[in-house]
Write a protein that binds this ligand. Sequence first.
Ligand code: PLP
Length: 219
Amino acid sequence: MSSAAEVVDRLGALRERLSRAGGDHVKVVAVTKGFGPETVAAAMEAGLADLGENYAQDLLAKATELPARPGVSHQPRWHFIGRLQRNKIRKIAGLVHLWQSVDRPELATEIARRAPGARVLVQVDVAGIGGRGGCPPDDTAELVGRCREEGLEVAGLMAVGAPGTPAQVRPGFRLLASQAHDLGLVELSMGMTADIEVAVEEGATMVRVGTALFGPRPS
Ligand SMILES: *Cc1c(COP(=O)(O)O)cnc(C)c1O
């Protein structure tokens, strides 16, 4: 568990990393997965408001059990960033600010049914390794179109980078940026603790960071 002071320090270091890569204005989504409500409270106290979770039940629990913090007046904005199961959408529909992991048409339909007009990102499997979610890059345009037909607001694209060196992760981020550009989409959610520099260099508007803010996740 991290104190708010520790999170403030780490956030300063993270902002410096982003700045050196040219990302002064990049939005930080603080990934609280694996940590308890105290960490969420510490993040909020440190001034973070965009929070990411991978599991519906965890998002639900943390959003509803968030301890009150004296002096913290802003509300969290919850980002759903994990593999999304269709049958879990209903439970969290009223809580999610941005659905970042829409990777198949059934999810678009169900989100539109439970949260009409919701903001979403289409997740693309740019690494081509499967298992971490995302539609095949060849399907991106069609899925974006489908989301729009369902009345969802498609803000942009999201991806998890390929594991490995910057040279190995860069082509995937570059592909995501070029697809977003071609589709006229503004938001690019890419980059995590290990690869934010490459992501920012390739045009990320939003990075999703856990470890660099909160330390290693408890197992
Ligand atoms: C866990 C996770 C992150 C954050 O990872 P860190 O390496 O801890 O920064 C970002 N995005 C997704 C989709 C994740 O599952």
